[in-house]
Ligand binder design. Sequence first.
Ligand SMILES: *[C@@H]1O[C@H](CO)[C@@H](O)[C@H](O)[C@H]1NC(C)=O
Length: 257
Amino acid sequence: MSSSTLSFPAFLIITTLLSTLLQRTVAGAGGDPLFHFCSSPQNFSQNSPYQSNLQTLFSQLADLAPPAAGFAKASIGHSSIDRVNGLALCRGDVDSDDCKTCVLEASREISRRCPLNKGSVIWYDSCLLKYSDDDFLGQVDNGQRFYMWNINVVADPAAFNGKAKELLGQLAKLQAPASSKLLYAVGETEVTGGGGSDKKRLYGLVQCTRDLSKEDCESCLGGIIGELPSCCDGKEGGRVVGGSCNFRYEIYPFVGR
Ligand SMILES: *[C@@H]1O[C@H](CO)[C@@H](O)[C@H](O)[C@H]1NC(C)=O
């Protein structure tokens, strides 16, 4: 039914199929990573100060993010050559136990997938983990991004696309006080499926990493919402997922609480 496809913007070339299971992964249960990049051209050495700072970073992020509404950032190391910067973000509906499980799993998995890499990022349904020797904190990451979409196409793509764009655009204003503070918003709206009588609901989510200002978050979201036509034209579900912000929409509820 809802198998989904994952791809990059064309310049990144690769396309991968994801299983039905993945899209239905329960928030917090961990599951498989959605994607990762080993993003630095440089490696650190085994048993170097950088490696030990990275281990400290991972454990701090797993300790700090869950009780802080699912977000933490940290920079570990005194000398600039050994310093590692990182952040962890859990999806806004994920509780603190599941957030911790996800960040710990992400740390293990990224170390396995990008061993010795000076910078990496990994995404799950429930969390994002990113680190680098570059001091990226507070800057919008427009470079690391991928798309996912449901392979099912709606009956009236033009009307549906308009509704999806409207819903996500509305959420991206982060109007509610909690949204404005947490840089996270969810909402739903009604869409017409086929000949006018086939009503469906459309569910949406937007979120940014909280090292960004609200203004930078809005601009990050504006940028990825602008990619709707290339990512998810007429598709029943879609996501644009980046290192600083992401959105998701589906015709079924996918948020926990
Ligand atoms: C980094 O390590 C990877 C994996 O061991 C290796 O393929 C790559 O050539 C290394 N890069 C540099 C710049 O040393």
